[in-house]
Design a protein around this ligand. Structure first.
Ligand SMILES: [Mn+2]
Length: 425
């Protein structure tokens, strides 16, 4: 028996915290990944496609996505491939999957409640294996459904079990709720050759014989879900035999985190741009990913940097982000600089009897003043004059001054620039 094992497709996830452009692209990517999975199943002539829960993200299902899903299932049906789908906590039997809204075609076998059933899978009219499954009836299934699965339906055929479950102790389990919890030792002891699991989004092998595996989600959804995403092609040679499993990368968009440390010797933002590009190319040289992959990259800068002050300014950050995205042809770049600390201590410079010390003392005298109200300033400075430093249209001068003064950002920039001058850079 040959299967395609998928899970956690989460169609129509909102991606509410992303921009409109990215939101649409990510939703389309989830659909595209499923379309690719169907294409793979047809090309590989699998005997069934398994969807181990969380096909939908919740109670939302747009009409276009509904039609898309039925069209892809129709393609499977035309190829004579059944789709076995058990519900999870995001798409319980009491919701979209089982409430009658979708008219599931006859070749879709829906497991929408906690009572396990077994289905015989055929190839050319002859039985080649069995699949036993149960689904979540509600979005808070607290029982260990695996305990109800019973015996091997036919001793002469390979037996597969499918379940949306949190296996205790599995990798990445802490990121998921403990729904339909199960224990690895009892899955091992159960009379099945392969457990097709869903729920935890991190692809992993809990056991090879019997096979006990999570394929991970089909398309990553956040910076915590990095790496290639896709489905598992599973070949079951016979009852009691070790299943052969192959991962296939199917996700159009991939999330990655790029760690950029050791930046203490980089003194210009241009130098930093080059360093980011260099590290990205190294990472992709080692692991290029599927051709045509689009990337969303979180760039995380850490360590001491003479650019700490510059990096605190929004306009600099925006430029680093847009230049990196453009130069490296990335779909989206997020910059994280929380781990960057300054190489200078303003206190050391403040008492100096030179222009830098004087400038720092003036800055200090402005701290705590409300730059939005002229009268609160302890000296004759017009905030709009200070704000003339920035020419971002629509920026509020008071906000800019608060940004410069906050956390001694301005002081650090001043010292960093002074030092760069002194060292001839
Ligand atoms: Mn789930």
């Amino acid at each position: 028996m040959r299967l395609l094992h998928l899970a956690d497709i989460h169609l129509d996830t909102l991606f509410a915290s992303r921009s409109q452009r990215l939101r649409e692209r990510l939703r389309e990517a989830s659909r595209e990944a499923f379309r690719r999975a169907v294409g793979l199943a047809i090309r590989e002539e699998v005997d069934a496609v398994l969807v181990a829960g969380d096909l939908f993200d919740g109670h939302r299902l747009s009409f276009p996505t509904e039609r898309f899903l039925l069209e892809e299932l129709r393609r499977l049906g035309e190829a004579g491939i059944p789709c076995l789908y058990c519900t999870g906590n995001h798409d319980p039997g009491s919701g979209i999957a089982g409430d009658g809204r979708i008219r599931w075609p006859a070749h879709v076998e829906l497991f929408a409640d906690g009572e396990p059933r077994s289905v015989v899978i055929e190839r050319g009219g002859r039985p080649v294996g069995t699949v036993t499954s149960a689904g979540h009836r509600t979005d808070r299934e607290g029982d260990d459904l695996s305990a109800r699965f019973g015996g091997r339906p036919d001793p002469s055929l390979p037996a597969v079990a499918m379940l949306h479950t949190q296996v205790t102790g599995a990798g990445g389990a802490e990121a998921h709720e403990r729904y339909a919890p199960s224990e690895l030792p009892s899955l091992r002891r159960a009379p099945f050759d392969y457990w097709a699991l869903g729920h935890i989004h991190l692809r992993q092998t809990l056991e090879t014989t019997p096979g006990i595996r999570y394929p991970g989600n089909l398309q990553g959804r956040s910076p915590r879900e990095t790496g290639a995403k896709g489905g598992l092609l599973v070949e079951l040679p016979g009852p009691g035999a070790t299943p052969a499993v192959e991962f296939v990368d199917l996700a159009p968009i991939r999330w990655e985190v790029l760690e950029v440390d050791g930046i203490d010797a980089i003194h210009t933002l241009d130098g930093l741009l080059h360093r980011i590009a260099e590290l990205w190319r190294e990472a992709r040289g080692a692991e290029p990913g599927r051709p045509g992959t689009e990337w969303i990259v979180r760039v995380r800068l850490t360590g001491a940097s003479p650019l700490a002050g510059e990096l605190a300014l929004e306009e600099n950050r925006r430029t680093l982000v847009s230049e990196t995205a453009q130069n490296l042809d990335l779909l989206e770049v997020e910059l994280r600089t929380g781990g960057v600390r300054s190489t200078v201590d303003p206190a050391e410079y403040r008492e100096r009897q030179d222009p830098v010390g004087l400038a720092l003392r003036i800055l200090r005298s402005l701290e705590g003043a409300d730059p939005g109200a002229d009268s609160d300033l302890p000296m004759e400075v017009d905030p709009s004059t200070l704000a003339g430093l920035v020419d971002a249209p629509g920026s509020d001068p008071a906000d800019y001054i608060r940004e410069i003064l906050g956390d001694e950002v301005g002081a650090r920039i001043l010292i960093d620039r002074f030092r760069a001058l002194g060292e001839g850079r």
